[in-house]
Design a protein around this ligand. Structure first.
Ligand code: 4AD
Ligand code: MG
Length: 451
């Protein structure tokens, strides 16, 4: 029976016998024995193993180099050394898979760029092991948050014929034979990878009341920034009988919940981010968990930005969409905390948002955080059939294509609202990692899809 190193290190008592399996991080030899630091990815910490030269398997010790897979059996005993409670006194050692000397992750610092070029080996680097464990835990916290609030988890389609955001950033779906015979598309119409599960989510919210989706979304945005990926995961709650206010409340509660969860249940991984990525990270996360967020209307935000005296690359005036530099000024310089901006100009937002009484703004909201900018975009939806149809006309969308979406307003329409959280951006916020490509296992960005 194999014990995970994480459990061995947290053991309440000595264990005899014990078997652990993992990959050698380092090995130091002396005349009569070798020290091996073993890691199996279950936690950041290595288990120190002492292997006497006369134990079975020791003949292969020279092949147990950094990166090799091995099994060690023996007893877990109290460690006299500082910094760890337990160590393994080996009674047998077995080489499972060696790692020749060209193994790229020899013990030394590597640049993020280099590690991206070996994303198949990258999770074996300590920092990235921590990132991907955090990614897993955060996913679970997301499901727990919605489960505790009676939201139903809905799986919306990946292949779709609708363009939710209307930004013309969709990847076409074709088959290999469609390419040869374009007249006979597989679906008989143009189809795309989804940019958002929202429209289908609305269909389920107007039946089951509170729902959420959590899945991959795709955008053919040619944005070469550290915050944009062509494939990313989005969490999208949708609530029936809910307005913009309720939507903003949920978004803030959600972000706080995830931050608190990371602070409470991180098995030490946050320490590595705090040490090697961002020295002020834990302090900042505590601050976010404890303090209320700010809320301002778009109009107020524009006034703040104009009064700031800042020279922005994109000048601010009422009607423009806020750029990342503006979002960062608001959260980093002005409010110095996460900030929700609401009631954006109608002209810069998609067709489905509810038009306010002023006729110029829509019930949109974006949640902005320091260091990143927008992590959540959401809205109260237009539930009035005629107003929605008029908006669609303005956006050049046809009733025929969206007939099913209009049905949701025709039959039992009700106020409803929701939002989308960019999962990778949230992960960047919680880990302090600076590039979206470093928080997704195999990143896809313009010009990059190696395998
Ligand atoms: O603001 P967006 O475009 O909103 C929607 O798609 C809505 N339909 C969501 C909804 O109301 N259900 O995207 C939502 C979030 C953004 O705030 C951002 O965090 C993330 O998705 N996002 C991206 N993340 C990584 N790479 C990209 N290219 C992203 N585009 C958006
Ligand atoms: Mg947005």
């Amino acid at each position: 029976m194999r014990t995970l190193i994480k459990h061995a290190l947290h053991s309440a008592h000595a264990i005899d016998p014990i078997t652990v399996k993992g990959w050698v991080r380092t090995r130091r030899d002396s005349k009569d024995f070798s020290f091996i630091e073993l890691n199996d990815g279950s936690s950041l910490s290595n288990l120190q193993c002492i292997c006497d030269a006369d134990i079975p398997g020791y003949n292969d010790i020279h092949k147990m180099t950094t990166g090799a897979a091995i099994a060690i059996s023996g007893k877990l005993v109290e460690s006299p050394g500082k910094g760890q409670t337990w160590e393994l006194q080996a009674s047998a050692i077995e080489l499972i898979g060696d790692a020749p000397s060209d193994f790229p992750l020899q013990k030394k610092g590597h640049t993020p760029e280099f590690l991206r070029s070996i994303s198949h080996l990258r999770p074996r680097a300590n920092l990235y092991g921590a990132v991907f464990r955090m990614r897993s835990r955060l996913s679970r916290a997301i499901h727990r948050f919605f489960d505790e609030r009676d939201f139903t988890y809905v799986h919306t389609p990946i292949i779709t014929a609708s363009d939710c955001e209307g930004a013309g950033e969709m990847f076409r779906v074709t088959t290999q034979s469609d390419d040869k015979n374009p007249e006979q598309d597989f679906f008989g119409k143009n189809t795309f990878l989804t940019v958002s599960g929202q429209l289908e989510g609305e269909a389920f919210a107007t039946a089951l009341s509170n729902i959420y989706t959590f899945g991959p979304t795709f955008r053919a945005e040619n944005s070469h920034t550290s915050r944009h990926a062509a494939e990313f995961w989005m969490v999208e709650p949708e609530m029936a009988f809910c307005d913009l206010e309720g939507d903003m409340d949920l978004a803030e509660e959600f972000v706080k919940y995830l931050v608190e969860d990371a602070l409470e249940n991180n098995e030490g991984d946050l320490q590595i981010f705090n040490k090697f990525v961002d020295k002020g990270l834990i302090e900042r996360l505590k601050f976010v968990a404890e303090r209320p967020f700010q809320r301002v209307s778009y109009t107020e935000a524009v006034e703040i930005l104009r009064a700031s005296g800042q020279k922005f690359e994109y000048p601010v005036e009422w009607g423009v969409n806020l750029q990342s530099e503006h979002e960062r000024y608001l959260t980093e310089e002005h409010f110095k905390c996460p900030t929700t901006v609401y009631n954006y100009p109608k002209a810069v937002k998609p067709f489905y948002m509810r038009t306010n009484d002023d006729g110029k703004t829509v019930t949109a909201m974006d949640l902005l955080v320091p260091g990143i900018g927008e992590i959540i975009g959401g809205a109260q939806r237009e539930e009035r059939l005629e107003v929605l149809q008029a908006n669609m006309l303005e956006h050049g969308l046809s009733d025929e294509d969206y007939w099913w979406y209009l049905d949701l307003r025709k039959y039992g329409t009700c106020p409803h609202a929701g939002f989308g959280l960019g999962f990778e951006r949230m992960l960047m916020f919680i880990t302090g990692m600076k590039n979206i490509r470093d928080v997704i296992p195999f990143s896809r960005t313009p010009g990059h899809c190696e395998f």
